[in-house]
Each structure stands twice: as structure tokens, then as C-alpha cells.
Design a protein around this ligand. Structure first.
Ligand SMILES: NC(=O)c1ccc[n+]([C@@H]2O[C@H](COP(=O)([O-])OP(=O)(O)OC[C@H]3O[C@@H](n4cnc5c(N)ncnc54)[C@H](OP(=O)(O)O)[C@@H]3O)[C@@H](O)[C@H]2O)c1
Length: 314
């Protein structure tokens, strides 16, 4: 279990998408909130609404976290307001889609800073006090992109692999010291992300439907409550994060995987994923091939997944 009521969460990226949904979900559970992003006006509107609806304390710290000294300024502002951060949510992030040589080097640099370095800096800023109190929690928003090198979004995937690795290592390091750390690894989510990533990025989600941010947040909070190190919301995303670690570099591959028997029934009969390239896709066929229950503890069904390169037909 994890107690939310009366505690304070700091959420980066709270002005939009998953971060905004996280702020709403935490306020519903009785948490006070510190909302961080660049869009001050939007944050103020969200803060007012949450305070009125849920009778929680809400604070806004407008910051461009890519700027040097921004994290230090956020930390100082938290201290000046005499707030204690019980739960840190590192959500702010963005991606860039396209051939690597066409992407703006400064934007790629900023992407690494925001998606990876800021996560480390924010953890340095707020984790030591959690350790001193013997309790605290961090939720880092990673991605299914963490599990596989992602052509046309190479920097993004690498930055999210960093977040996943960093989070799981901290989870192991602090699990016996009262601190929970969980990486949430969503697939495509219906947010402003794809607009920010640029034209063509919609192909990244073409094979799978985008899910609502609220569902991703619910899975993330459930993982936090259970003390998990990471969570991949959604059955199809579990598959893509299982099979695609040998991705888009091999012409044909197949792998036997096991999934909980309760996994999304829409998996049966086959699905098609797109690997993000323009028109080029990966075709996955998924065939139930064996039922196993060896341990008696878990019910698993084994699937054979065949993957072939091909042309994606939206
Ligand atoms: N959507 C997806 O399909 C998906 C899938 C997996 C993982 N994710 C991850 O989920 C996280 C949230 O993304 P989203 O999908 O919710 O996209 P989004 O709607 O575009 O939200 C991004 C958030 O990050 C904030 N942000 C961006 N640059 C910032 C900066 N320099 N300083 C401070 N805040 C900044 C934005 O606020 P301002 O513009 O107001 O600063 C916004 O609140 C990201 O880490 C993303 O990589 C998204």
C-alpha cells in the first residue's frame, strides 16, 4: 500500500498529457501538489481547479527545466515555501522524429537534458531528504521505447532506456530504505507528444491505438502501491517491449513469449505494428500455441510471435 492523503507530490510536465492526468489523479487521492512546467497560465488554471475540487494545497513553479540552474531554482522555491516533497514525478519530456542527420542538434541536446539529465538532477534535489525521513517515492515516466533502439527516434529511445535503467537501479538501491522508485513505460498515449515530436511521428503509433493518459496514470500508481520497479501498461505494449529488444535491425525474427492468460483478448488473431519509418512496418502475427501452467502459481499462455518487415498499411 501507499498512503497519498495529506502528502505532497511534485509533478514536472503537469501542464499537459500524462503529467496533468497524474496531477488530477493524485489530487483525487488527497495529495497536495507542486505543479512544474513552462506554461505558467495553464498551471495556474489547473492548480485553481484542483484546489477547489479536492480541497488540497496547490503550488505552481513555472520553470524551463532545460535551462541550467532551473532544477536548483525549483528546489529553492520548494524550500522557501516550506514544502516537503513526498512523491516526485519526473514526467516532463519530449521526442523528435526524423532521420538523425536532419534533426536540430540543439533540440536533440535539449531532449537528452530534459528526458535524462533533469531526471537525475531532480532526484539529487529531492531524494536525500526522503532518505533522511525514511520514506518517499519517485515515479519516472519512461516509455516502451526504453526496451528497443528506435529508428527515427534514436535519441528519444536512448533517453528513455536511461530513465528505465536509472529507475530500476534506484529501486533496488532504496527499496529497503523506505523509498519506492517506479518507471512507467507507456506505449502511444493520446497527448500533445506527437505534435511536439513533429510530422511523421504519428507513424510510431500507427499499429496500436493511443490510450488515454488517465489509464497510464492508473497503472503507474498501482505499480507504485505494489512496490514494483517498473510497469508497462497494456497487453500489446508488453509484447512490443518483449519482442522488440531485437528490433528493426533484423529482417525476420520470431520468439516464444509467455503472457498472463488475462492479457488483452484483442491480441488473438494477430496485430500489426509500425516501427516508425515512413510506410515501412513490422508485421507481427501472434498465434496461441501452447497452454502451460507449470508452477501452479501463475496461469500463463505461450504465444509464438513472428515478425516480418513489410509495408505498413494504415
Ligand atoms: N504520449 C506518448 O505516447 C508517450 C509515450 C511514452 C512516454 N511518454 C512520456 O510521457 C511524458 C509526458 O509526455 P506527454 O505524452 O504527456 O506529452 P505532452 O502532452 O507534450 O506533455 C509534455 C509535458 O512536458 C512539459 N515540458 C516540455 N518541455 C519542458 C521544459 N523544457 N521544461 C519543463 N517542462 C517541459 C510540457 O509543459 P510545458 O510545455 O508547459 O513546459 C508538458 O507538460 C514524457 O516524458 C514522454 O516522453 C509519452
Amino acid at each position: 500500500m501507499y498512503t497519498y492523503q495529506g502528502k505532497t507530490a511534485l509533478v514536472t510536465g503537469a501542464s499537459s498529457g500524462i503529467g496533468k492526468a497524474m496531477a488530477y489523479a493524485l489530487a483525487t487521492r488527497g495529495m497536495n501538489l507542486i505543479l512544474v512546467a513552462r506554461s505558467e497560465k495553464t498551471l495556474n488554471e489547473i492548480a485553481l481547479q484542483l484546489a477547489q475540487r479536492h480541497n488540497v494545497r496547490t503550488e505552481v513553479i513555472a520553470a524551463d527545466l532545460i535551462q541550467s540552474e532551473a532544477v536548483a531554482a525549483v528546489q529553492k522555491s520548494v524550500q522557501e515555501r516550506e514544502l516537503v516533497v513526498d512523491l516526485l514525478v519526473n514526467d516532463a519530456g519530449f521526442g523528435s522524429y526524423g532521420h538523425f542527420e536532419t534533426l536540430d542538434p540543439q533540440r536533440d541536446h535539449d531532449e537528452v537534458m530534459l528526458n535524462a539529465a533533469v531526471v537525475v538532477d531532480m532526484s539529487h534535489a529531492f531524494l536525500p531528504a526522503m532518505v533522511a525521513r525514511g520514506e518517499g517515492a519517485i515515479i519516472n515516466i519512461s516509455s516502451t521505447g526504453a526496451f528497443q533502439p528506435g529508428p527515427y527516434m534514436a535519441v528519444y529511445g536512448a533517453s528513455k532506456a536511461f530513465v528505465l535503467s536509472f529507475s530500476v537501479a534506484l529501486w533496488a538501491e532504496y527499496r529497503t530504505r523506505g523509498i519506492r522508485v517506479v518507471a512507467v513505460c507507456p506505449g502511444p498515449v493520446d497527448t500533445q507528444f506527437f505534435n511536439a515530436a513533429g510530422p511523421g511521428s504519428q507513424h510510431m503509433a500507427a499499429g496500436g491505438k493511443k490510450v488515454a493518459p488517465e489509464g497510464v496514470v492508473a497503472k503507474g500508481l498501482s505499480a507504485l502501491e505494489r512496490g514494483q520497479s517498473h510497469v508497462v501498461p497494456g497487453g500489446l505494449n508488453i509484447i512490443s517491449s518483449t519482442i522488440l529488444p531485437i528490433p528493426s535491425c533484423h529482417p525476420e525474427r520470431q520468439r516464444r513469449i509467455s503472457l498472463p492468460i488475462t492479457t488483452d483478448p484483442s491480441l488473438r488473431g494477430g496485430v500489426t505494428f509500425c516501427d516508425g519509418s515512413n510506410g515501412q512496418g513490422l508485421f507481427f502475427t501472434i498465434e496461441p500455441c501452447l497452454s502451460v501452467d507449470l508452477t501452479g502459481l501463475t496461469h500463463q499462455r505461450s504465444y509464438l510471435l513472428r515478425v516480418q518487415d513489410g509495408v505498413f498499411q494504415p
